[in-house]
Ligand binder design. Structure first.
Ligand SMILES: [Zn+2]
Length: 153
């Protein structure tokens, strides 16, 4: 798939490096990254019904009482990968909104990012996220997983 290159700045050591983002910029498309090396997975949230499923389980969880819709959407983005996606080969969870590690210090925290002009495209094979574990759970088990992840969040 085609990714658009961005310049990102590491918040730990200040190095600048390139990271790929979904080129179409369409709502609901994400590249998820794990906290190890460079595992990446692609999610098309509009065509993947687990996203909606997790969203409604989080929305109805008691821990979300009194939260604004925007806060809930933020919680969904940050926890979805842990709740419903299979971890990478090393057992590390995928997260929406994570950047590739800094080539200098390995941190995944960034200070800021900017689009490269004129835009630069990278063609990369990225596997789709999988939901083998999540799909094998019953409704009650899914509620429990959501509750556990929200408690640690
Ligand atoms: Zn760094």
């Amino acid at each position: 798939m085609k990714l658009k290159a961005l310049n990102v700045k590491c918040s730990e050591c200040g190095s600048q490096y390139k990271a790929g983002e979904v080129a179409s910029g369409l709502y609901g498309e994400f590249i998820l990254r794990s906290s190890t090396a460079s595992s990446e997975a692609y999610l098309d949230a509009l065509n993947d019904n687990t996203y909606e499923e997790v969203f409604s389980l989080i929305k109805t969880n008691v821990k979300m009482e009194g939260k604004r819709p925007r806060e809930i959407a933020d919680v969904v983005r940050k926890t979805y990968g842990i709740i419903a996606c299979d971890p990478d080969e090393e057992g590390s969870y995928f997260c929406i909104g994570k950047f590739p590690p800094c080539p200098v210090c390995g941190s995944q925290n960034i200070d800021c990012w900017e689009a490269i002009e004129p835009s630069e495209m990278v063609d990369k094979k990225i596997p789709h996220v999988t939901h083998r574990i999540w799909s094998s759970l019953s409704g009650v088990e899914k509620e429990r997983v959501v509750d556990e992840v929200l408690s640690k969040f």
